[in-house]
Design a protein around this ligand. Sequence first.
Ligand code: IMP
Length: 459
Amino acid sequence: MGGNVRAAGLFGGNHSMAAKMNVGRLEAKTVAVVGAQWGDEGKGKVVDYLAGSFEYIARSQGGHNAGHTVIVGNQRFVLQLIPSGILRPGKKAVIGPGTVVDPAALVAEIETLKKAGVDARGRLYLSDRAHLIFPYHLEMDKAAEAARGEAKIGTTSRGIGPAYEDKMARRGIRVGDLRDPGRFAEKLERVIKEKNAISQATYGRPLGTEGILERYLELGAQISVYIADTASLLNRAIDRGSSVLFEGAQGTMLDIDHGTYPYVTSSSATSGGCSTGLGVPPTRVGGVVGVTKAYTTRVGSGPFPTEMPDLEASEVRDRGKEFGAVTGRPRRCGWLDLEVLRYAKMVNGIDSFVVTKLDVFDTQSDIQVCVGYMYKGDRVNDMPGEVEKFSQVTPVYKTVPGWRKPTYGVREERDLPPAARDYLKFISDSLEVEIGMISTGPERDATIISSGTKLASWL
Ligand code: IMP
């Protein structure tokens, strides 16, 4: 990897973490992109931009709960399962073993792409080891949420959690099973029997399972051309020196282990998930990019210390068009939380941050940034692990002046208003890590690359 290291850009200081992470790196360029907050950080646009410099783009976790919005020219794509690299001609897109796949959603996405002139054939690889989502998973997702009442998680109702539950309970059915209709029918029958007994006992009714077998075998035939051993595919590609971009879904605070449990998704959304979810060992993940908005949002329930009061939140929501790409739900909005980002930097090993949606603050007079938490009168130094404690922390804010000038579409660091540059520098200095890229709008070219940064060297 490497690339030309020019004079460091404004946010491209030689921070110790970034420098250390560069030691002993491999030849092939392999970089992971993860969400540093609660998802919806703008990873779709970032991955689409970076994908221009990589040959393979691979998803390691999650399912069609993700919504990656990408604007190419005057076309707007919302990709839920297929890595957004598919939108770049000639690039290869991989859906790894750590994902959960609803074949109907996958076929629909392939069809939508086809209508827009994007052919996935020969460029899309679906792991034979990925687990399948069935209609009963969706039913169970909704039933479990209803049963939680006030304590509901606010899931996307896509069956993600129940599909991962089955995987971990070792009764899941995998994509590869679709290749053998007899074996598939046998496994499905066994699982349905078990599920119906549970559903009857818990919810007093059996699950709707009619027609699943025929429908799934039909879908299986449609996707069979894409099924592959993706761990071998990727590792061999890396052996040959091919570049791979790992596309994270959701975000660090939604990670099953490191997020605000239980208000999380059911997979590993942090950089370690790239290894377990794709079979690409940690020694082969060469760099990590963390994506954050200039502020914070979250959908669904759970603690959110820097959440803004209604009026301010609705202004940011309107300016930032903060409505779910998958569910259309209004997102909760809040100030940037440096504690969250510090934690994200630590558990992901982030080498370079990308800040998106800077322009949303263009009309803001003062900006607050959370620099720490107080809990029962004491300063808290690390993010509390218990959600009950995390719900009770109060943010310590630093107020910085806004720039009140348009930054929309700005492409050069030097063309940013001084106060915007100061805001970014404050973030970079506080986190002791570079900001390698700034997104100033949804379009591909509404992007600033900070010269001399690690991220710049990966392009
Ligand atoms: P699930 O992934 O549908 O089980 O939902 C669990 C939690 O993760 C809920 O709070 C969802 O709103 C959230 N979530 C899941 N996927 C995304 C995403 O792509 N962006 C933001 N939040 C998500």
